[in-house]
Unconditional design. Structure first.
Length: 233
């Protein structure tokens, strides 16, 4: 969850490839051994998630440690080396049945070879640049809660038509903030809290404690994140 105004820390030095991915998603599904994302552009999503090194900026974009595991006519299979986590991108485009998936994948990843960009996902083990990112996948108290929020991203994006983004903790707080701006006809914090704690797609065990009309804390056990909406004018 990110926007151009609040980019993901793993966004590349140019463009907004991660923050624009939400428009390509059709369905999110958690299986016992993997996360599945249904999309009409599986290869394009893979090209934005696979890690790249940008030496001039001393940065890594994409997900450090993510590797291509394989593909078939409608599925791109990815694996995260440090954790063993699996991600399958399922291409639901009917036109893809008549196209070679590998050809599409090569075309969508061709920009990985532009000057100033180096592929990291072609290596077997972690590169030194990826090895320096271990903090990104270290378990945190709010990991389960953030995972639950990920699985409910579709109604946030499409039912409520909001574009939330993660922000750093407030001064004096140790937990992050999920922030979005909303128009008068879009969802405020109260509506989002209802979806996450009381609706049919609620997070089991999650509770919401308001701190004011625009903000409050979403709790799951000992974990918490702050929800914050602001009416745009």
């Amino acid at each position: 969850m990110s926007t151009r105004k609040d980019p993901n820390p793993l966004e590349g030095p140019k463009g907004s490839k991660l923050s624009s991915m939400a428009g390509y998603f059709n369905q999110l599904g958690m299986r016992s051994d993997r996360l599945e994302i249904r999309t009409n552009t599986a290869c394009r999503i893979a090209s934005r998630l696979l890690p790249l090194h940008h030496p001039e900026h001393a940065t890594v974009s994409g997900i450090p440690g993510l590797r291509l595991l394989g593909m078939n006519g409608h599925r791109v299979r990815l694996v995260h080396l440090p954790t063993g986590g699996r991600l399958d991108l399922i291409d639901s485009s009917s036109s893809r049945r008549t196209k070679d998936m590998k050809t599409v994948f090569l075309r969508e990843t061709s920009w990985h070879d532009k000057p100033g960009t180096r592929r990291l996902w072609d290596t077997d083990g972690l590169s030194p640049q990826e090895g320096a990112c271990t903090e990104l996948w270290a378990p945190r108290p709010c990991s389960a809660l953030r995972s639950a929020l990920l699985m409910r991203a579709m109604p946030l994006w499409y039912k409520f038509d909001i574009q939330p983004a993660w922000r750093q903790p407030r001064p004096g707080e140790s937990f992050p903030t999920l922030f979005w701006e909303n128009d008068a006809d879009e969802a405020d914090t109260v509506k989002v809290a209802w979806l996450l704690t009381e609706s049919p797609v609620r997070i089991p065990g999650a509770l919401y404690e308001p701190d004011g009309p625009e903000t409050g804390r979403l709790r799951l056990g000992e974990a918490q994140v702050r929800l914050h909406s602001r009416l745009s004018v």
